[in-house]
Ligand binder design. Structure first.
Ligand SMILES: [Zn+2]
Ligand SMILES: [Zn+2]
Length: 269
């Protein structure tokens, strides 16, 4: 795979692209419609509190942005690492686009608005229900309730925007404003995202803005989760994406790298 996202992969139909059915496209269209209606309803509920709780709503909005960056990375890690594309429901809806993306990083730039954004609208609908069901009026914990509804609402707004930001990071000539936002690192920059596209695709999973990639990488957050899951479930990470033997070899390599070196008895003191 190439270092620059999508730079040298021939544009040919991906094996995973065949999994995109008309039925699922209909689900995506319905999801976008429902999601948009719910977000309009949420904004209408929050607007009356804008003047009395301005800074709380701003803080909640920014927390939602960071939460979306984390969620985008966590879901991306799950989809890249575990499961198989022929699994019911999530195989087509979630795993297929991520696996297709490693094989053909430019495919995302050929997806229209519905294919780009439908899945994220679908997975955001339960959270939108929570936002709309949260009571916002005066009473105990009003500030807390407003914070929860606003931050969750902002999170799913940025989750919805994530695939679009990701698509732009692979687009050769994005719109001028988008290029400026990428250079300012206010949305996912192409050079930053290129670090994920180095095989075996085990770093820099966050794709909303990528601010959390460096700290999570330094902490070894995802390798730690993989060791926990492998120990608990006996599963080999990436066995569907890389093939069982390649994934096993990679896991062994990782384990060997982390094992402390044995002190040599013959070594002079
Ligand atoms: Zn990936
Ligand atoms: Zn990408």
């Amino acid at each position: 795979m190439t270092d620059k996202p999508g730079s040298a992969v021939p544009c040919q139909p991906s094996i995973h692209a065949a999994g995109y059915s008309r039925a699922f496209r209909a689900v995506e269209i319905a999801s976008i419609t429902v999601y948009a209606a719910m977000m309009v309803a949420l904004v209408a509920r929050l607007v009356p509190y804008g003047s009395d709780f301005t800074w709380l709503l701003v803080a909640a909005f920014l927390c939602g942005f960071l939460a979306a960056d984390f969620v985008s990375g966590f879901v991306h890690w799950l989809a890249d690492t575990w499961g198989a594309v022929d699994m019911p429901v999530i195989g087509k809806a979630l795993l297929r686009p991520f696996r297709e993306h490693h094989i053909d990083p430019k495919a995302i730039t050929r997806h229209d608005f519905i294919e780009t954004n439908g899945s994220n609208c679908l997975i955001s609908i339960p959270t939108a229900c929570i936002c709309l069901a949260t009571p916002l009026g005066p009473g105990p914990w009003q500030a807390g309730r407003l914070f929860v509804a606003t931050s969750l609402g902002a999170m799913i707004l940025w989750v919805m925007a994530t695939n679009q930001f990701h698509k732009w990071s692979h687009t050769d000539r994005p719109p001028t404003l988008v290029g400026w936002l990428q250079r300012a690192h206010l949305i996912l920059p192409p050079a930053h995202h290129a670090l994920h596209h180095r095989a075996p695709f085990t770093r820099y999973y966050s794709i909303t803005v990528g601010w959390l990639n460096w700290p999570l990488d330094r902490l070894g957050f995802y390798p730690f989760l993989e060791r926990l899951a492998a120990a608990a479930l006996g599963a080999v990470p990436r066995s569907d994406d890389l093939g069982a033997s390649a994934a096993w070899a990679l896991a062994q390599e990782d384990a060997a790298r982390r094992e402390p070196a044995e002190p040599s008895l013959a070594e002079p003191r």
